[in-house]
Design a protein around this ligand. Structure first.
Ligand code: ZN
Length: 159
C-alpha cells in the first residue's frame, strides 16, 4: 500500500494481509523512567470478513479482565477494538511470546470453565444486561483451538 504513514500503529497495518486468529505486538513504549509497556493485538476474527457480536465481546472483556489478573499482576488493560474483530491487551514490562501465549491461553481456559460473567449487573457495569456467557465461551473456544497458529500473523507465513 502507498497510504501515508499514520499516527496509530494499526492504521499502518494492511488488514487484508493478516490471518486471524493471531497474537501480535502492536506497540512498545519505554516510559521516561525506563519502565516498559507493551500493547498486543489479540485478533479473534478475520478483519472485514467476520466479527464478534457485541454481547460476546462485552462478556469476553469482563471475563478476561478479571481472570487474567489471577495469572499475572502485570495486566494493565484488556479492551475491545471498535471493529469487533479483537482486543488490545496491555502489559507492563517485556514478555516472551510464549509467556503472553500462556497468559492468554490460561485465561481463555478460565473463561471456558466459568459459570457466570463477573460484574454483569447494573452496579458494576454500564450495560449490565448486554452479556452472553455462551457467546464469550464460543469465541474463546474457537480462539483457543487455533493456539498453534497464534504466532502466524500474516497469511502464507510458516512458524
Ligand atoms: Zn461492562
Amino acid at each position: 500500500m502507498t497510504e501515508p504513514r499514520m499516527n496509530v500503529e494499526s492504521f499502518n497495518l494492511d488488514h487484508r494481509a493478516v490471518a486471524a486468529p493471531y497474537l501480535r505486538v502492536a506497540d512498545r513504549k519505554v516510559l521516561p523512567h525506563g519502565d516498559v509497556i507493551v500493547k498486543y493485538d489479540v485478533r479473534f476474527a478475520q478483519p472485514n470478513v467476520a466479527h464478534l457480536e457485541m454481547p460476546a465481546i462485552h462478556s469476553l472483556e469482563h471475563l478476561f479482565a478479571e481472570k487474567s489478573r489471577n495469572h499475572s499482576d502485570r495486566v494493565i488493560d484488556f479492551s475491545p477494538m471498535g471493529c469487533q474483530t479483537g482486543f488490545y491487551l496491555i502489559l507492563q514490562g517485556d514478555h516472551t511470546f510464549e509467556q503472553v501465549e500462556e497468559l492468554v491461553a490460561a485465561t481463555l481456559q478460565d473463561i471456558l470453565d466459568a459459570d457466570e460473567v463477573p460484574a454483569a449487573n447494573e452496579v458494576q457495569c454500564g450495560w449490565g444486561a448486554n452479556h452472553t456467557l455462551e457467546g464469550a465461551q464460543r469465541a474463546a473456544r474457537a480462539f483457543l483451538a487455533e493456539r498453534g497458529q497464534w504466532s502466524q500473523v500474516f497469511a502464507g507465513e510458516s512458524r
